[in-house]
Ligand binder design. Structure first.
Ligand code: FAD
Ligand code: N01
Length: 772
């Protein structure tokens, strides 16, 4: 039977964009029968639908292209650094023709429902053409940005002139010559379209609700030597992209803004502006979306450029984004966006100052004005990441629909699979890196993982694969942890679902990067589908577990430290370990700026000891915190947790006093807790002089220091001392029992392992004292 019309196949793929095309190629190669169903009348997906003037990619074309056909890599020539939509569509057409892909695709066919039949272990799909198709595996390659969001403006149906959506642009193009045109929306689509529409229209009014950050794309032909250089090493180049952060040849800068001089910051900002790349800011300032100080410096620089370019100061001010950190909404790179507002026939309306009242038959009314118009362009964005998936009625095991399951936000394992929905895969689904990356790289990685998995299951005679609830919960937690480290939740972006009324507010993509994520997906398969249940006949094989138990940043730091191959502390004498820890602390990343840092001495239990005080900016009195550093009661001092203390000072608006205390092996238990109790008493007496308030004092510590903070709190309670408002115990040592489960589970992992804990205890306290 013709591949195009079988009604029972191994795999159904929905969508014939970049992902669907590669899926079909791999499915054929694997000898799996398939149907690819596409609602459009041709291939291309994003590049089929988004034909608005100015549409082009913002990842360089030599990177935003397939890596699976070496011949194609050599024969294809991109005319520009950032190719236009027609050129990208030509490229996809060339691929489809070369590999005869259209013959495996059914066009003008929308999948409307999909239902899992647990007895037959098959999916049943129904399309808008009335066709019914049965398959073992069902793959949604429906795109992250393929469903334009409904325009939520009063009166939208009233306008009698032509209206256009950037995401559904007419194939024959639009001539705006002589027209009074409105563009609503200033995201990536609006920013690309506005300069070109302005070239044609008699009058252009841009309705802006939130200004966006944009930098010049500096587009143009790719220098021939760059092309030659990349073509000569495409395999290595692609491999680098696969293991990178964003799927592009770039790694974020590691230098902290706190160690840069003003001149260096200024130099980097100019380099960023002149970089002509989406990731130029993160290349110069690696913590751009992690650190508010860095972010504000970069944001203010971009605002200063907008003020320089745009002649009218009032318009310039309206174009300056102030309501979200830079990089937390998709940043843009543009050609002539800001200069367009210097043209006499282009006007910007700030909807925050003058909101929409209604769209009328002949134009738009805002609270203060009426605009007569000939055409309206909606550049209002997409129901991103989940829109196309839940647009299909997908019913899994036990009659549960995916729409119901995701009512509070997407919940997946790896952004690829969902419990309750066996043999169901989403390409670049929510909770995978997808839109935080060069999508070509993410798409290829997902397609390879899915096809390799399906082929493997077939070869092993396995009927179904389905993630476990434990694996799902772990992944949801891991994804959220990643997002919470960043400034991303501060923006009302489509990344957060905030652009669609009623959509749950969670971070939809996975933040830790394509290379890290690839490693995780590989690990899942290498561990025989960790986190999945496999069924064959009556046999059920459950390999339950959580693939990533650590926060992404912690995992990455541990990996880097493991790669450094540092000598284990427990192999050293205590003296050498102390010297080594001082050396390591000197190389640790710098902490944020605080108002004041003051060194002094306090009266410890057996004589004077040093402290370092961190005071917030502004006028006190401030709350005070007595802080005790970590280091197993053996290493470290009052300065070794400098970055952490600064950070706590900034975040809490409190004075942090980091106290030194006596360490083992020279001063064994109870020297350290005696000093800690003395330090807290001393702080109670001196808080006022230091600019603080003695009431509401808090004790705090990290690791062994947290143990001391807790012990000091108990002693003050029992022996009398200043009243405490609380204890902040960061990964505290809570007892000396090395039979606890964490010693079993993590006893031989990097850095803090069982042998080191034993070494610390032996230097610190006699066995008889350890249960104290
Ligand atoms: P899509 O290209 O969205 O294809 C999905 C297909 O599924 C569509 O053709 C759709 O019609 C079809 N479909 C959906 N639902 C159904 C259904 N129920 N039944 C049948 N068919 C269905 N990413 C980058 O990495 N770099 C860029 O520079 C870049 N530029 C972009 C520019 C624009 C204007 C937009 C909108 C996105 C851009 N992206 C970019 C993201 C882009 O979406 C991806 O790079 C990539 O093209 C997605 O391919 P896909 O095959 O996953 O999905
Ligand atoms: O959509 P968007 P997009 N009244 O959601 C405004 C990719 N892409 O199509 O911010 C008034 O970013 C909305 O305002 P606000 C890329 O990943 C890439 O532009 O919600 N205004 C915003 O200004 C991108 O991020 C390229 O306050 C309303 C705009 O419409 C993603 O696709 C090019 C409104 C929507 O911006 C989406 O970009 C194009 C209302 N009711 C797209 N509703 C490249 O360059 C919405 N808005 C590669």
């Amino acid at each position: 039977m013709d591949e195009g019309i079988q009604s029972e196949v191994d795999v159904v793929v929905v969508g014939a964009g970049v992902a669907g095309l590669y899926l079909l190629h791999r499915l054929r190669g694997a000898g799996l029968s398939s149907r690819v169903l596409e609602s459009a009348d041709d291939i291309g997906g994003t590049w089929y639908w988004n034909r608005y003037p100015g549409a082009r990619c913002d990842i360089q074309s030599i990177e935003y292209s397939y890596s699976w056909d070496p011949e194609l890599e050599q024969e294809w020539e991109w005319s520009e650094r950032y190719a236009t939509q027609p050129e990208i569509l030509d490229y996809l057409d060339h691929v489809a023709t070369k590999h005869d892909l259209r013959s495996g695709i059914t066009f003008e066919t929308r999948v409307e429902t999909a239902e899992w039949d647990d007895e037959a272990r098959r999916w049943h799909l129904r399309t808008d053409t009335g066709e019914e198709i049965t398959c073992r595996h069902y793959v949604m390659a429906t795109g992250c940005l393929s469903v334009p969001k409904d325009v939520d403006i009063t009166g939208v149906e009233r306008f009698r002139g032509p209206t256009y959506s950037t995401g559904r642009w007419p194939h024959e193009g639009v001539d705006f010559s002589g027209m009074r045109v409105a563009v609503i929306g200033t995201g990536s689509s609006g920013i690309q379209a506005i300069p070109l529409i302005a070239k044609e229209a008699a009058e252009l009014t841009v309705f802006q609700r939130t200004p966006n950050f944009s930098m010049p794309a500096l587009n143009g032909p790719i220098p021939p030597d760059t092309v030659a250089e990349v073509k000569a090493r495409y395999p290595e180049f692609r491999e680098e992209l696969r293991w990178s952060l964003g799927g592009v040849e770039f790694e974020p800068g590691l230098d902290s803004i706190y160690t840069m001089s003003d001149e260096e910051i200024a130099e980097r900002l100019e380099r960023m502006w002149n970089g002509g790349e989406l990731f130029a800011a993160a290349r110069e300032f690696g913590d751009l979306t992690l650190n508010e100080d860095t972010n504000e410096i970069v944001a203010e620089f971009v605002r200063s450029k907008i003020r320089e370019i745009v002649d009218d100061p009032e318009t310039a001010e309206k174009l300056c984004p102030t309501t979200f950190p830079i990089g937390t909404k998709r940043p843009c790179i543009d050609t002539d966006y800001y200069p367009t507002f210097n043209l006499p026939h282009v006007r910007l309306v700030d909807l925050r100052q003058d909101p929409f009242r209604t769209i009328t038959e002949t134009g738009i009314e805002t609270e203060h004005e009426t605009f007569e118009l000939d055409a309206i362009v909606y550049a209002t964005g997409f129901d991103a990441m989940t829109g196309a998936i839940v647009a299909v009625d997908i019913t899994g095991r036990d009659g549960v629909t995916l729409r119901e399951k995701w009512v509070d936000g997407p919940s997946t394992y790896l952004g690829l699979t969902v419990p309750g929905f066996p043999n169901f895969f989403t390409i670049t689904g929510p909770q995978s890196p997808s839109v935080f990356s060069n999508m070509m790289v993410s798409i290829e990685q997902h397609v390879d993982w899915v096809i390799d998995t399906i082929t493997d299951l077939r070869d092993r005679g396995i009927d179904t694969i389905e993630p476990t609830p434990t694996a799902e919960a772990g992944w949801v937690r891991h994804t959220a942890d990643g997002g919470d480290m960043t400034l991303l939740p501060k923006a009302n972006s489509w990344y957060m679902g905030a652009n669609v009324p009623g959509k749950p507010r969670v971070l939809f993509p996975y933040i830790a990067g394509v290379g890290f994520y690839r490693g995780i997906c590989d690990e899942v398969r290498a561990k025989d589908y960790l986190g999945f249940e496999l069924r064959s006949g009556d046999e059920v094989h459950v390999n339950d577990g959580v693939v990533c138990r650590l926060q992404p940043d912690v995992q990455q730091v541990l990996t880097v430290m493991a790669e450094l191959g540092l000598p284990p502390l427990e192999s050293m004498t205590a003296e050498a370990a102390k010297a080594f820890s001082v050396e390591m602390a000197a190389q640790a990343p710098a902490g944020p700026w605080v108002g004041d840092v003051v060194d002094g001495t306090y009266e410890g239990a057996a004589g004077p000891l040093p402290y370092r005080l961190y005071r917030p900016e502004g006028d006190g009195p401030f709350p005070v915190v007595a802080y005790f550093h970590g280091g197993g009661w053996v290493i470290g001092d009052h300065t070794s947790d400098d970055a952490f203390c600064r950070d706590q000072c900034r975040r809490s608006g409190s004075i942090i006093v980091s106290f030194d205390y006596r360490h083992g092996p020279e001063h064994r238990f109870p020297a350290a807790p005696d000093d800690a109790a003395a330090a807290v008493r001393w702080l109670g007496e001196h808080a006022g002089e230091l600019g603080g308030r003695a009431d509401g004092m808090v004790v705090m510590g990290w690791s062994a220091g947290a143990n001391l903070a807790a012990v000091a709190a108990r002693r003050l309670r029992d022996e009398g001392g200043p009243a405490l408002a609380g204890q902040v115990l960061v990964t505290p040592v809570t007892d000396s029992d090395l039979s606890r489960p964490s010693y079993e589970e993590a006893g031989d992992e990097h850095i803090l392992h069982r042998a080191l804990m034993e070494w610390f205890w032996d230097h610190y306290a006699d066995p008889a004292d350890r249960g104290h």
